[in-house]
Design a protein around this ligand. Structure first.
Ligand code: CA
Length: 241
């Protein structure tokens, strides 16, 4: 009789043990988004963003994906020909946005950046009119007509800086630049620009396995019962039939 009870208990405990498995580990995600907007004159103004690290208590970090979106809202550059003759110049204007953060690399040598072209055309300049004013037939005023932007996705080359209970810094450095061929006597004045954008970090992770409380309670009770029966069955402790 007693033996059969013990076997039953043992079977129950085994059943619970075998039934207890870590919860399935669905791929979970944490998404963080930061917006920014910066108005710069002729000096580059970096933007510093901060993201939370992935808390390792939540599970195992599987993948990090970052999406960098920027919009050049406006840009203003003036040109003036100070040469003694009229000339044409092939002018290019572009916006480069650098994303500086842990593991944000295009390759071993190059930090992550994105760029768009804002203007590319041949511009005719009259002869210098004798006044350095970026006005008159010797000048050209570029004013960006409409906002323009681009989006870039990236995966950091290393995930370890993204794991912890602190933060991850990401710096955004936008540079408004221009290039032009001849003439050599072209003066340039970068008045400034306005840059806005959004940075989104996504952490894909396997959630830490957490047994369900009810299962744990059953397991605990079953173990106690089993231990009790085992102790009772010891020689000298077993009750007399
Ligand atoms: Ca002038």
């Amino acid at each position: 009789m007693e033996r059969s009870i013990t076997v039953c208990m043992l079977a129950a405990v085994l059943a619970i043990l075998m039934g207890w498995e870590p919860e399935p580990v669905p791929a979970s995600q944490i998404i963080q988004t930061r917006d920014y907007r910066v108005v710069a004159g002729d000096v580059t103004v970096p933007v510093d963003l901060v993201f939370d690290q992935f808390d390792p208590r939540l599970g195992t970090l599987l993948h990090v994906e970052a999406v960098f979106q920027f919009t050049e809202q406006s840009a203003s550059i003036d040109y003036e020909n100070t040469g003694s003759s009229a000339a044409a110049a092939d002018i290019e204007i572009g916006k480069v946005v650098n994303y500086v953060g842990p593991g944000l690399l295009l390759d071993d040598q190059t930090s992550l950046f994105d760029a768009i072209n804002l203007f590319r055309d041949r511009v005719n300049f009259g002869t210098f009119d004798g006044v350095f004013d970026f006005a008159g037939p010797d000048s050209f005023a570029f004013r960006q007509p409409t906002p323009a932007g681009h989006t870039l996705s990236a995966t950091p080359t290393t995930f370890s800086p993204y794991v912890g209970t602190s933060t991850v810094p990401v710096e955004i450095v936008g540079i408004l630049g221009t290039a032009f061929g001849n003439p050599p006597n072209l003066r340039v004045r970068i008045n400034g620009d306005e840059l806005s954008g959004t940075v989104t970090y996504r952490y894909d992770f396997a959630a830490a396995a957490v047994p369900e409380p009810s299962t744990l309670a059953l397991f605990g009770i079953g173990t106690l019962v089993w231990l009790g029966v085992t102790v009772l069955r010891r020689p000298g402790l077993a009750p007399r039939d």
